[in-house]
Each structure stands twice: as structure tokens, then as C-alpha cells.
Design a protein around this ligand. Structure first.
Ligand SMILES: [Zn+2]
Length: 322
């Protein structure tokens, strides 16, 4: 009897120690999951090995041990291959997907940092004309536009013209005062103020009829551009049909928008609702995450390319290349 009681006490103590260890390690795992630096994750892996050994020796029934092991192993396994991405408030107002419309004013941080006067950059002027020499645009957006124009030329469509690009707030105000609210937007509410949008014309005929307009409508998404104000979406965009106005949003977003026939407004609503979508565009897998502004941090896999864009309002879109 005495021996049995002694054994029970030993077992109880061993079990108690196991529970204590479980609690300690669960705490450290959760902590490292939050801080998330790769070095901390490596530490977690070492902790976990130690935990397994000790818990194996100290825990009571196998049922308890399994219950303790499963979530921690899964959690640390994920944390080990991930890094914490901290999102700043500034990022909320810039990036490929910022929404600029009558309700969402462009933030100063949302203006592309690489605005250039195109007539002074012959290396960017490949196979298209400029309505006038003062036209400015983001150099990186222009590079994508040039790639697009080159592809169109291979299809025999080669009368492109840029009729408008970047406008600073002063220029937008001037235009608004000249044209009125039916044809122009006040400063800060036009996508042209960001440097990501341009008006594309044909030197031959109106864009609604020109081969250039038709080609772009079908193919612009492949180069990251979208027809921003389609004919059947005026109720959503609040802007009349503009077959000439294209906006750069980048891949894979332009592909999803084309496939689902979404405007930028609809696409952002969709991502926000889904929170996470996976897409394959021309052989590349992407994962698109919506992160509410208040969250400010997200765990993303290590060794994956990613981009961050704000929605210019209350969330971030993180795009991972898988
Ligand atoms: Zn425009």
C-alpha cells in the first residue's frame, strides 16, 4: 500500500511538472509568434525540441501529451517559416492599389516618386506619340506602357498616343476651373494626380472605335493596366465612360479584375470580403491578403517576394508571389 501511494505521488508530481512546462513553452511560442523575427523563430524551434523531450519524460497520460503537442507543433512549424511584416501608416496611402475617386482623396504620399517629363526621356518613348511635350508620368508606369505598346505593335496595332499623364494639384485645379465638374475632378480626386494613370489615344480615330482602344480593352491587363471607367460601370465609378483612361494596378490584380469584370472599387471590396485569395496568372501563383489598417502586422512566409499597397482608406493589400 505504501509503495503504491508513493508511486502515485511521484506520478502526480511528474504530471504537474509536465503541465508547468507546457504552460511555459506555450507562452514562449505565442510570444515569439507575435514578435516574429526570424532569429526568434529559430529559438522557438530549439525550445520546441527541448519541450518535447521534457514533456515526454514528465507528462502523464499520452492523451494529455498529444493535446499539448498538436497545437504548439503546428504553430511553431508555421512560425519557423514565417516573418512578421510591419505595416506603416504611410503605406496605407500609397501603392499600386490605392483607390482615388470622389470619395477618396489622394494623399501626398500616394504620388509616384518617379514622375518624369516624357519628352526628355527618349529611352521611354518607344513606338507612341505624345500630344504635347509637357506630358509627365511615372517612369516605371511608362516602362510598362512601352512594353504594352510593343506587344500591340506585334499584333499590327501601332497608332498610340499619350494625351495626358500626371497632373500636379495646381494643374488639376486649373483644369477643374476650366472644364467644370462634369468633365474634370477637383485637385486630389483625380487618378492623374498620382502619376499612375494616363489617357491613351489613337492618332487615327476615336478610342471607342480605334483598333488601339479595342486592343487595350482586351490586352491591357497583361501589362498591369485596367480600363478604369468602363461603359457598364458608371454607377460604381461615378465617372462617364472613358475609353482612353487607363490606370496601372499591376499583376496579378489587373488579371483578376479583367476576369471578374471588376472596377477597382469592386475589386477592393472583394478582397476585403474574402481577406485572402489565391490566383494563378500565366503560370505564377499569387496569394493576396487584405489586412485591416488597425492590425498593422502580418505573418508572411520567408523567401517569398511580396508587395504592399494601401487601399488609401482603411486597409493594406499584401501580394505574395508563391
Ligand atoms: Zn484620364
Amino acid at each position: 500500500m505504501k509503495k503504491r501511494a508513493f508511486l502515485i505521488i511521484i506520478l502526480l508530481l511528474a504530471g504537474f511538472k509536465g503541465v508547468l512546462l507546457l504552460k511555459q513553452h506555450a507562452g514562449s511560442l505565442i510570444h515569439s509568434g507575435v514578435s516574429g523575427a526570424p532569429s526568434v523563430n529559430q529559438g522557438t524551434r530549439a525550445d520546441q525540441a527541448e519541450y518535447r523531450t521534457e514533456a515526454g519524460a514528465g507528462a502523464g497520460s499520452s492523451g494529455v501529451q498529444q493535446a499539448g503537442n498538436q497545437p504548439t507543433a503546428g504553430e511553431s512549424g508555421e512560425a519557423a517559416g514565417k516573418q512578421a511584416l510591419t505595416l506603416s501608416e504611410k503605406q496605407l496611402y500609397k501603392g499600386d492599389l490605392i483607390l482615388v475617386n470622389q470619395e477618396h482623396k489622394l494623399h501626398k504620399d500616394g504620388v509616384m516618386p518617379d514622375i518624369v517629363r516624357l519628352s526628355k526621356h527618349p529611352e521611354l518613348l518607344n513606338g507612341y506619340g505624345l500630344l504635347d511635350n509637357s506630358i509627365e508620368l511615372s517612369a516605371s508606369v511608362t516602362e510598362q506602357f512601352s512594353r504594352m505598346v510593343e506587344a500591340a505593335r506585334k499584333d499590327g496595332v501601332d497608332h498610340f498616343l499619350i494625351s495626358s499623364g500626371y497632373r500636379d494639384f495646381d494643374k488639376q485645379d486649373e483644369l477643374y476651373n476650366q472644364m467644370g465638374s462634369d468633365s474634370a475632378l477637383p485637385a486630389g480626386y483625380s487618378e492623374h494626380n498620382s502619376g499612375k494613370s494616363l489617357d491613351i489615344g489613337s492618332t487615327e480615330q476615336q478610342m471607342s472605335k480605334a483598333p488601339e482602344g479595342k486592343w487595350l480593352k482586351k490586352n491591357a491587363w497583361k501589362y498591369g493596366f485596367i480600363l478604369r471607367y468602363p461603359e457598364d460601370k458608371t454607377a460604381i465609378t461615378g465617372i462617364k465612360y472613358e475609353p482612353w483612361h487607363f490606370r496601372y494596378v499591376g499583376l496579378p490584380h489587373s488579371a483578376v479584375m479583367q476576369e471578374k469584370n471588376f472596377t477597382l472599387e469592386e475589386y477592393l471590396d472583394y478582397i476585403k470580403e474574402q481577406q485572402q485569395i489565391k490566383v494563378n496568372v500565366e503560370g505564377t501563383d499569387y496569394e493576396i491578403l487584405y489586412i485591416p489598417a488597425a492590425q498593422k502586422k502580418v505573418q508572411i512566409p520567408n523567401n517569398r517576394g511580396y508587395t504592399v499597397s494601401g487601399d488609401n482608406s482603411n486597409g493594406y493589400i499584401v501580394t505574395l508571389t508563391m
